[in-house]
Design a protein around this ligand. Structure first.
Ligand SMILES: Nc1nc2c(ncn2[C@@H]2O[C@H](COP(=O)(O)OP(=O)(O)OP(=O)(O)O)[C@@H](O)[C@H]2O)c(=O)[nH]1
Ligand SMILES: [Mg+2]
Length: 646
């Protein structure tokens, strides 16, 4: 029997029951003998100590099960908005998803955010209305919310009876299916009108799978992860309605690293999803010197050693010491890097004990492999800045540092993460054997502004005669290394913020050797000369171009009772927001406004107060805008403590 593979993401707002559902599916498929509980800290996928203590998922985790002839890799993701980056990394590796919605809390802002991302990426998605056993559960109301607030075409697959009781059941019921499916399919509608009996259950199911695969429809199941109600129908849906992974095992390897963790001996373990081709133990998949020393695949709850992973599969690879989360294997670079907003906050981390500075930096460097947003700045004197989504993430980082690395550290006050854009063109050069140049290298750099949102582009149009190939071995390696030095140098512009939206071109390059012509004769240039000279030249080029400090903007969508409009508008005006839209629907209304990210935080804080707890806020990144008035300079860590006076 040949197995099909389905890489399935479980996504939802915080506490909707993703981990409990994953656990229930593992149980139903016979992978585990007893259902673990989030509350007791005994589930398969909340395996980190901190996750177990807090009953909240922090990192995405993979589990495997088999339903009939389908091998399912389930990726349980965190629901808290602070950990959205974990979801981001997973989105690009999915064949399908289950979006969980609680029958009690209903559709949340995070649910909308996730659904939009799933639809943007065209990930076929089933919806599971969970917690039908809990008091206050109402599957019908939740279904209506799906249509209204998620704006999706839902195909109800089950009917709930005795909601809100432990004995609640969800039974297959597809009476409305024909209506839903014929709505957008003229041919099917015509056939249906001509002869109702032509829509056999089999034909309906096939049509449903086809419409689900192109995200035209989302089948909606209901049930309870806690009691197991509705789980059979959901499992049947996973295999019949979601498309398995395609891909050619004989093609060139293409894959993506979506998770990195440390193994028991502290070794790096990289999880790859293969799209095409096959990777074997002892392959060098990253082009560098790193080799796969061991390869494990998830089977029936265990990681089993294997000698290869083929298209469609997920494997844990050892030996790839230089990989980062998000890296592509082979030509897999056609994915957008980010599906959600970048973090808009940053805080400085300061060791509680002065002597722990170096240990803190090395611990953070390790965490940064697993979480690329942890931003260990190049300059030691600037301290260690961490990009953040919110307060919970701060607590988690502190607790992880203490528990896993034995380093106590505290966050300084959180600030908005600004960026600097070059204000014009700037050019600088440092030449060999000149008094101002302390290093054995010539480097010229030009920095030019590029369109907002374009990030950093580096060009090194240097030919082999001017690259020290005895140091870098190949011209490509030299160009890659220069790119790295330049990007490093751009991590802090004249005002301390990362420089972005620019093109940097290397305009000159020379090296010296002992027997070279007089002007280039001297001690042999080393990699360190190029690495250390780059930031000096970059600083001069940026001083010439000047930079504009820009702050992140948030676009907020507020759902509020009409009666709260007055107080909400007055808060919005105090927070210098620009109101873009107001729509009234009965006694509810939606207000859309744009404001700086710093104020969006404040709005979040005061919203319950001004709306009697009824307001719901959804906030999205809306680009950067030049800061008006006094320019904020990025804080520097002052490890002697206390003094923040610059
Ligand atoms: N009554 C009832 N409780 C449930 C059900 N599913 C989950 N819960 C409870 O809801 C809480 C959250 O469950 P989790 O499975 O951790 O939710 P999650 O979506 O994984 O949460 P995060 O990963 O932190 O976003 C726990 O207390 C569960 O016991 C359900 O079907 N019925
Ligand atoms: Mg969870």
């Amino acid at each position: 029997m040949s197995l099909r593979t389905l890489n399935l993401g479980i996504l939802a707002h915080v506490d909707a029951g993703k981990t409990s559902l994953t656990e229930r599916l593992l149980y139903a498929a016979g992978v585990i003998d007893a259902v673990g509980s989030v509350d007791a800290g005994t589930t398969q996928t909340d395996s980190l100590a901190l996750e177990r203590q807090r009953g909240i998922t922090i990192r995405s985790a993979v589990a495997a099960l088999r339903i009939g002839d389908t091998a399912v890799n389930i990726i349980d993701t965190p629901g808290h908005p602070d950990f959205i980056a974990e979801v981001d990394r997973v989105l690009g590796v999915l064949d399908g998803a289950v979006l969980v919605v609680s029958a009690v809390e209903g559709v949340q802002p995070q649910t909308r955010l996730l659904m939009r991302a799933l639809r943007r990426l065209a990930v076929p998605t089933l919806i599971f209305i969970n917690k039908i056993d809990r008091g206050g559960a109402d599957a019908g109301r939740t279904l209506a919310e799906l249509a209204r607030r998620l704006d999706v075409k839902a195909a109800p697959m089950t009917r709930v009876s005795r909601p809100g009781e432990r004995a609640a059941v969800a039974e297959p019921d597809t009476r409305t299916l024909a209506d839903v499916l014929t709505a957008d399919n003229e041919a099917l509608l015509a056939a249906y009108v001509a002869d109702e009996s032509c829509l056999t259950p089999r034909r309906l199911r096939a049509e449903l799978a086809a419409q689900t695969a192109r995200c035209a429809v989302h089948p909606v199941f209901a049930g309870s992860a806690m009691t197991g109600a509705g789980i059979d129908a959901l499992m049947a849906g996973l295999t019949d309605l979601l498309p398995a992974s395609a891909g050619d095992p004989a093609a060139g390897p293409r894959g993506r690293i979506f998770k990195i963790e440390r193994g028991p001996a502290g070794e790096k373990v990289a999880y790859v999803r293969m799209f095409d081709g096959t990777l074997h133990v002892r392959d060098h998949p990253t082009g560098g010197r790193d080799r796969i020393t061991a390869l494990h695949m998830l089977e029936h709850g265990d990681l089993v050693p294997r000698d290869r992973v083929a298209a469609g599969g997920i494997a844990a690879l050892r030996g790839l010491t230089a990989v980062h989360v998000g890296d592509a294997i082979g030509a897999a670079d056609d994915l957008p890097a980010h599906h959600f907003a970048p973090p808009m906050l940053e805080a400085l981390l300061v060791p509680a004990h002065h002597a722990d500075g170096a240990r803190l930096r090395s611990a953070l460097a390790q965490l940064a492999e697993q979480d690329p947003l942890i931003n260990v700045r190049a300059d030691e004197n600037l301290g260690t800045a961490v990009s953040l989504y919110g307060e919970v993430q701060k607590e988690v980082i502190r607790a992880t540092l203490a528990a896993e690395f034995g380093v106590e550290a505290d966050f300084r006050e959180t600030t908005t993460l600004c960026v600097e854009r070059p204000a014009g063109v700037g050019e600088a050069v440092e030449r060999l054997n000149t008094p101002s140049n302390p290093y054995q290298a010539t480097i010229g750099l030009r920095v030019e502004p590029a369109p907002p949102g374009s990030g950093v582009q580096v060009r090194v149009p240097v030919d082999y005669r001017f690259a020290p190939l005895y140091v870098y071995r190949t011209l490509d390696l030299f160009k890659d290394s220069m790119g790295e030095y330049i990007r490093d140098a751009l991590r802090a512009g004249p005002r301390g913020w990362p420089v972005t939206d620019c093109v940097v071109t290397m305009t000159e390059s020379r090296y010296s050797v002992a027997d070279g012509p007089p002007s280039l004769r001297g001690p042999d240039s080393t990699a360190a000369d190029f690495r250390k000279l780059t930031p000096l030249v970059m600083t001069q080029a940026l001083a010439e171009s000047g930079t504009t400090v820009c702050e992140p903007l948030a676009r907020v969508t507020l759902d509020i009772p009409v009666s709260a409009l007055g107080p909400v508008l007055s808060v919005l005006s105090r927070l210098q927001s620009v109101v873009a839209d107001q729509v009234v629907r009965g006694d509810e209304m939606t207000v859309v406004a744009t404001l700086t990210a710093a104020y969006a935080q404040e709005l979040h804080r005061v919203l319950p107060e001004v709306t009697g707890g009824e307001g719901v806020l959804e906030s999205a990144f809306a680009g950067y805008r030049p800061v008006r008035g006094a320019l904020p300079t990025r804080r520097r860590a002052d490890s002697s403590g206390g003094d923040d006076s610059h």
